[in-house]
Design a protein around this ligand. Structure first.
Ligand code: DP6
Length: 351
């Protein structure tokens, strides 16, 4: 989207804020999942996670400070935000205001091209874009690490969308003070070898989910007898994944990603009451991925808090994989994504 509003309008010399800023961020898909918090308020995760930021579905967010306003005003895709969505944005702005030592309310306009709440990481791109735009508008001079830490407070997965390509989000030390944990829990880029990956996304149902990922992960940690064993095995998954990424070994990357995701879904199925995001359409696509593999094409599935399936493969195989998924996805849509850029401020010309 081209912004008609410059990122920098009048500077407020006493505070150094730009008063208005626009940022763009892309969603990311975790190959090693974030599932479970150890601190809800600080959004500290139980496990490290690793993702690929996509080159599709950007979110563009503009933040404008308003000296005369009594409340924040938030629109998502042109409609006023309400309820939990509004509460989360206002709480995030409160955090930015506290750090900046400023009280101005803001007008936030966010354009999200990903279906919201469908397990396609809309909160990741949303809070990464909001973190970058709000920090600039309120005059906080933050590097990428600090922006990742800030984005985390809006939504855990947003910490990874601050970076492009592959990123790992460190859980931080389990012991120590809250301040130490807060400082250590941010994402950073992950080095990769010769890997030319694609994620083929089968959107099977773009409607909002019945149970939010926030609620589902809390219930899983609190009640699932499988949670601790999945969390314990996730560390080994991450180490194996990092080595495979460095070696450019897409087969191992895919195998580890698929087992980590299925394990996460197993923890939810064992929660009380169970959380099940997979639908018959999800299973049909998973069956199809198995067949693609049996036909000799390395392709591996991952799913998040929704029925949609993302299939990791080589970019060279993406067309073939997408064609097979189109057949299996019945009423769904299929699109091919590659590694995308990190979150960034848009300039005055909207680019
Ligand atoms: C299944 O980042 O949406 O997509 O921190 O509560 O906002 P909150 O959760 P969120 O959870 C994402 C969970 C996941 C796995 C992942 O992205 O790692």
């Amino acid at each position: 989207m081209r912004s008609e509003h410059p990122a920098t309008l009048a500077a407020a010399p006493e505070q150094g804020a730009t008063e208005e800023a626009t940022a763009v961020a892309h969603p990311n898909i975790a190959l090693i999942k974030y599932w479970g918090k150890r601190d809800e308020d600080l959004v500290l995760p139980r496990v490290d996670s690793l993702s690929m930021t996509l080159d599709v579905f950007p979110t563009t967010t503009r933040v404008r400070l308003r000296a005369d306003a009594a409340h924040d005003q938030v629109t998502l895709n042109g409609a006023p935000a309400r309820g939990e969505a509004l509460r989360r944005v206002v709480a995030f702005l409160d955090l930015v205001r506290e750090r900046a030592g400023r009280a101005h309310r803001a007008v936030v306009d966010s354009e999200n091209t990903v279906p919201t709440g469908a397990g396609l990481a809309s909160s990741a791109s949303g809070f990464a874009a909001l973190a970058v735009a709000a920090a600039a508008a309120y005059g906080l001079d933050l590097d990428a690490t600090a922006l990742s830490r800030l984005a985390r407070r809006g939504s855990g997965s947003a910490s990874r969308s601050v970076f492009g390509g592959f990123a790992v989000w460190h859980a931080g030390p389990a012991r120590g003070t809250a301040q130490e944990a807060d400082l250590a829990s941010h994402a950073e880029p992950v080095p990769t070898g010769d890997l030319d990956p694609a994620l083929v996304v089968a959107v099977l149902d773009a409607g909002p989910k019945e149970v939010s990922s926030r609620t589902a992960m809390r219930r899983t940690v609190d009640t699932s007898p499988l949670y601790e064993s999945w969390a314990a095995s996730s560390g080994a998954d991450l180490a194996e994944m990092r080595a495979a990424l460095l070696a450019g070994d897409i087969e191992t990357v895919g195998e580890v990603a698929e087992r980590n995701a299925l394990g996460m879904h197993a923890t939810m199925l064992a929660a009380r009451p169970a959380v099940r995001y997979m639908t018959p359409a999800t299973l049909a696509v998973l069956d199809r991925v198995l067949r693609i593999r049996r036909d000799g094409v390395p392709a591996y599935a991952t799913m998040d808090a929704g029925p949609n399936v993302k299939v990791l493969c080589r970019r060279a195989d993406a067309g073939q994989v997408a064609a097979a998924l189109w057949e299996a996805a019945a009423d769904g849509t299929v699109l091919v994504a590659g590694p995308g850029p990190g979150a960034r401020l848009l300039g005055g010309d909207g680019r």
